[in-house]
Structures are given as structure tokens and as C-alpha cells.
Design a protein around this ligand. Structure first.
Ligand SMILES: Nc1ncnc2c1ncn2[C@@H]1O[C@H](COP(=O)(O)OP(=O)(O)O)[C@@H](O)[C@H]1O
Ligand SMILES: [Mg+2]
Length: 287
């Protein structure tokens, strides 16, 4: 009996959050390292399904860097990055599409659908969801793209039909060509376009460290004006740069809160959304 009462208490504690986020859209970006791990993926899929069943509208965006690299190596292909961006020639683009859409997206969708008829997989060219153009940087990176526009219609339709859109971070160009786009960037653009309430990055580190080299001083709250300072200071590098940029983009686009969470913590999503427990780094507008 005591056990049952405790369970009821836990549910009641979650009620203010369930109420607050009811029918709100939450974009969740699952990092490549997190979805590489089967066990983690199972627990994340369970959390996302629960969120859906209690009335939130999650939208999932995923990358797949480590798995794409692993597959390329298996095929004896050269894996090359410049400033964190994968050099993507035509052959590499084919592999990116195969792994991202055929493997990772389908795996995520099937994991979620173990909990019910919940998820539908999409990539950039479905309903012209993610239009893109070539990203111009010093070196020619081939089919590395950046978002030019997001068409929300297909996502909105799926949400209205009670589905969770699961989006692979591929864009489509004017001539129908595919582009490989950083998934953080896609998540930020989507959160802005659908006017999400929250954007959450599930990654492989506790949050943003003030001093990353020594892993000292985890930043728990950041305000928008500080984000630019941190970006300019060089205190963050590699994969954290597009994440913080995407947080900024989303918040400036009207999203209320952005979170960078450790996806390795069991049920990090539930802790963040349904409890007072503040984990990881939260980024908010002001005050
Ligand atoms: N200041 C910082 N604080 C925390 N992580 C940082 C920082 N600067 C760089 N990083 C790196 O960013 C990585 C997260 O980005 P990334 O590897 O692209 O993961 P994801 O697959 O989730 O996109 C961390 O594992 C860490 O190596
Ligand atoms: Mg990354």
C-alpha cells in the first residue's frame, strides 16, 4: 500500500509540469553518440513515448556522425573533417543518406513504435521539409549544406494526427540534390519554425563547461547575451559550437528555453521536463 501511495505521489508531483507543457511542442535533438548506444536509445525512446502519451508534442531530430564514419571505414573510404564538418563528396553523400535515413532514422522510428503507433520518419526532401544550399566555407566541402527554409506543413499534419515526426538532418537543394547538414543546426531551425516551447539537445557530456580542458565549472544557466560572449571567447569548441549557435537561433526565434543535457543519464528527459531537478545547461532569454 505504501508503495502504491508513493507512486501516486510521484504522479501528482509531475502534474504541474504535465499541465504546463500540455500540447506544447518540444524539439529533441539526439546526438550521434547517444543513438549509437542501443541501451540508451531504448531508454530515450521510452521517455519520448511517455512525453507523447501525457500530451506533449515531441519532434525528434537526429544526426549520425559516428555511425556514418564507422560505415565509411568498413567500406575503406576516407573520413575527413574540416572544422567539425564532414567533407562530403558524391560517394560520401550516398553513404550519409543510407546510414542516416535507412539505418538510424528507421531504427529510431521502430524503437518508438514499440510503445504504440507513434512515430513517422522524415528527411529533408519529404514535403520539402528542409530546403538547403551549399555551405560556403574556405575549403570546398562538397555536399555540406545549410538550411535555407523549413516547411512546417508536413510536421504540423503529422502532429495533428498524433504522430511524432522523427527527422534525419538532410536537406534538399533547388535541383533536388541532397545536402548533409549539421543536426544541431536543423534542430534549431525546426524549433524556430514550429514555434516550439523548448529545444533539448541530448549529447554525450554533462553540459557546457566553463573550462572544457579541465572539465571544470559546468554552467547551469546561461542568458542570451552571455552566449555570444562564450562563442567569441573560444571556451567552447568542436561539436558544442553548432549546439550553442542553434540554441541562440531558437531562442531569438521565440523558443522559451534551450537545454543541453547529458543523454547518458538515464531518463534525463523526464528529469528535465517533469521534475524540479535542473540538469545540464539551460539557456534562457533574460532574468
Ligand atoms: N566547453 C565545452 N563544454 C562541453 N563540451 C564541449 C565544450 N567544448 C567542446 N565540447 C565538445 O562538444 C562535444 C559535444 O558535441 P558532439 O560531439 O558533436 O556531440 P553530438 O553527437 O551530441 O552532437 C562534447 O563531447 C565535447 O567534446
Ligand atoms: Mg554534433
Amino acid at each position: 500500500m505504501e508503495d502504491a501511495l508513493n507512486k501516486a505521489k510521484i504522479l501528482l508531483e509531475a502534474m504541474p509540469y504535465i499541465k504546463k507543457y500540455h500540447s506544447k511542442k518540444v524539439v529533441i535533438k539526439c546526438g550521434g553518440n547517444v543513438i549509437f548506444d542501443d541501451k540508451l536509445m531504448d531508454s530515450i525512446s521510452t521517455d519520448i513515448s511517455l512525453m507523447k502519451y501525457v500530451g506533449l508534442n515531441p519532434i525528434i531530430v537526429h544526426g549520425g556522425g559516428p555511425e556514418i564514419s564507422a560505415f565509411m571505414k568498413k567500406l575503406g573510404m576516407k573520413v575527413e573533417f574540416v572544422d567539425g564538418l564532414r567533407v562530403t563528396d558524391e560517394e560520401t553523400m550516398e553513404i550519409v543518406k543510407m546510414v542516416l535515413v535507412g539505418k538510424i532514422n528507421k531504427r529510431l522510428v521502430s524503437r518508438l513504435n514499440l510503445h504504440g503507433k507513434l512515430a513517422v520518419g522524415l528527411s529533408g526532401d519529404d514535403g520539402n521539409l528542409i530546403m538547403a544550399k551549399k555551405k560556403m566555407v574556405e575549403k570546398d566541402l562538397g555536399y555540406v549544406g545549410e538550411v535555407t527554409s523549413i516547411d512546417v506543413e508536413i510536421m504540423e499534419d503529422l502532429i495533428a494526427d498524433n504522430f511524432i515526426p522523427v527527422i534525419a538532418s538532410l536537406g534538399v537543394g533547388k535541383k533536388g540534390e541532397s545536402f548533409n547538414i549539421n543536426a544541431d543546426n536543423v534542430a534549431g531551425e525546426i524549433a524556430k519554425a514550429v514555434k516550439a516551447n523548448k529545444i533539448i539537445f541530448l549529447t554525450n557530456i554533462e553540459g557546457i563547461y566553463e573550462n572544457f580542458e579541465k572539465m571544470e565549472n559546468l554552467i547551469s544557466v546561461l542568458k542570451i547575451p552571455d552566449c555570444q560572449k562564450i562563442l567569441d571567447s573560444g571556451r567552447i569548441s568542436s561539436g558544442m559550437i553548432p549546439k550553442l549557435e542553434a540554441c541562440l537561433l531558437a531562442l531569438q526565434g521565440g523558443v522559451e528555453r534551450a537545454h543541453i543535457l547529458d543523454g547518458r543519464i538515464p531518463h534525463a528527459l523526464l528529469l528535465e521536463i517533469f521534475t524540479d531537478e535542473g540538469i545540464g545547461t539551460m539557456i534562457k532569454k533574460n532574468g
